[in-house]
Design a protein around this ligand. Sequence first.
Ligand SMILES: Cc1cc2nc3c(=O)[nH]c(=O)nc-3n(C[C@H](O)[C@H](O)[C@H](O)COP(=O)(O)O)c2cc1C
Length: 382
Amino acid sequence: MKLFSQTHVGSFALKHRVVLAPLTRMRTEPGNVPGDLMIEYYTQRASEGGLLITDATAVAPLGIAYVDAPGMWTREQVAGWKRVVDAVHAKGSLIFVQLWHAGRQAHAANTGGLTPVAPSALRSLEHAAIRDGQGQIVEAELPLPRELATDEVAAIVEQFRQSAMLAKEAGFDGVELHAANGYLFEQFLLDGSNHRTDAYGGSLENRAKFLFDTLDAVVEVWGPGRVAVRLSPSGTYGTMSDSDPHATFGYVAGRLNGYVLAYVHVIEPRIRGIDEREAAESEVSSKDIRRVFKGTLVAAGGFTRESAEQIVIDGHADLVAFGRMFLANPDLPERLRTGMPLNRYDRSTFYGGDARGYIDYPFATSRVSARQTADAATGEPA
Ligand SMILES: Cc1cc2nc3c(=O)[nH]c(=O)nc-3n(C[C@H](O)[C@H](O)[C@H](O)COP(=O)(O)O)c2cc1C
């Protein structure tokens, strides 16, 4: 299969094209620090010559939307991530960290009481995951965010630079900027959520300034071939809208050609956040980005073994990221290569909790993790 032919990301050689999509699983230790559970989870999914992308990892307390999501702003977080990275490297896989700022998707319960910030004081109608007084994880309405002052935007760019430096210390192979799914970069980029009149609002160039200023800073830290950007050009998750997505994302894709990136990662229109939806042919997809962006492209969103192979054969993408299927199948690349049946995923354990639905999905082969139980996951079909 073409999915199992060699390729590269930056100057790294890969043995196959099946990528672990970034997945928020809300299983850190206190302090938003990756611990043993996360080490086991990523180690299970690492394969020789493969590429893993981490959970969305906040660059600052204000960037956190979900309780027990990881961070990259303290020494403890760096030390925790280093243990993950070392374990993944020992299995011969690459690992990129997805750096994240939630903007208006954050909730004061997860930010140490700070009011969430956004380009404009416009609310998202999604929900945050917070811990209630009894310690239970519950959904909470998102508050009205505070509009960022102009100099505060430049300060967030610096937080990304700092976080990118810490990611380097942790030993990651590269960094993916989370400019998808309704978080802070996208809030600036789309005109439905950005009503600013300063240098970060109005024209397309101004709305893209926060993303490209950050990209400049992070590329300065990491150099060529080590930085990636994730986009959801037709995504509506996070109450997102834009008056002309083709123009917006055509412009962004064109400017990304000015960098030597590891890859650009595009979520297909058939996915909204983590759910399938009806998408029109006319919506912006990886094909549209491919026409403009000349570098390595990773496509994600609702792929099967067959459609992943087809998009690589057609040349519309170089690699394919899998989310729900990879969380339920720790040995997904091997199962896809050999055509083995897949475990089903259990939606009830996606976010938060313990080892269940996290590191106990069975391997198809005898390479079974010591901590794995014999229980097959149950739930919805994958
Ligand atoms: C539990 C869960 C958590 C997710 N967390 C993230 C995240 O942290 N960052 C991100 O960019 N996308 C996130 N996504 C979206 C996935 O990366 C992916 O785009 C989506 O699941 C569609 O791909 P799939 O059909 O292969 O699952 C998440 C999806 C799921 C199911």
